[in-house]
Design a protein around this ligand. Structure first.
Ligand SMILES: [Zn+2]
Ligand SMILES: [Zn+2]
Length: 213
């Protein structure tokens, strides 16, 4: 565990709601936003008020409810957007899909940087590792800070639940493979910060999650 601990904030935003996260370095005051779910301008202002600068916008996947604030956040901060290549086609229709749910969201541009398993993204002096965790959505990735025991896993694993796989492009087999081979091997104390609902830990889910029995 590194001496420097990040600032982590969970912000449930939008109609579902969906968790957006701030992951910030206390030393350099750089911050990443993971999944700008909604209200991108307010999110940007909030980070500024905290005294941080957004230097990276990270997408776990491109379901509309995770990118509803992306255009505004990008406009307000100019920070590069990171996503997996397989998540791009769905990102390109996020606005259309939102409309099917009766919601208006600005159509995002393609990401600035494509990520793959094993990439390391610096946030000031902090490090986030990219884990490829498909199943819930094409190109779903998780962002893992091994030095801080924090995992941002989008819609892969939730407290006592797992991601839905009844949408187009989903695969239950892939989801279970991602959970068993990428997430469950992480240390028990790893804090799991999911796209919806409360935080949990890898150890708690290994013991209690009914979908993993
Ligand atoms: Zn999703
Ligand atoms: Zn979601």
């Amino acid at each position: 565990m590194s001496a420097e601990q990040p600032i982590v904030q969970q912000l449930p935003l939008g109609p579902l709601p969906t968790n957006s996260y701030i992951f910030a370095c206390k030393v350099t005051h750089d911050a990443a936003i993971i999944d700008p779910a909604w209200e991108g301008k307010a999110l940007a202002d909030h980070v500024t008020d905290l005294g941080f600068t957004v230097t990276a916008i990270l997408l776990t996947h491109s379901h509309w409810d995770h990118v509803g604030g992306l255009v505004e956040l990008k406009e307000a901060t100019g920070a590069p957007v990171y996503a997996h290549a397989d998540a791009v086609p769905m990102l390109q229709v996020a606005s259309d899909i939102g409309r099917r749910y009766g919601l208006t969201l600005s159509q995002p541009e393609p990401p600035d940087k494509l990520v793959v398993e094993g990439d390391v993204i610096g946030v000031g002096e902090l490090r986030l590792q990219v884990l490829f965790t498909p199943g819930h959505a094409p190109g779903h990735v998780s962002f893992y800070a091994p030095e801080n025991n924090v995992l941002f896993d989008g819609d892969v694993l939730f407290q006592n639940s797992i991601g839905r796989t009844d949408f187009p492009g989903c695969s239950h087999a892939d989801l279970m493979h991602s959970i068993r081979h990428k997430l469950l091997p992480l240390p028990d104390e790893t804090l799991v910060l999911s796209g919806h609902g409360p935080q949990t830990t890898i150890g708690a889910e290994r013991r209690n999650n009914p979908y993993l029995r």
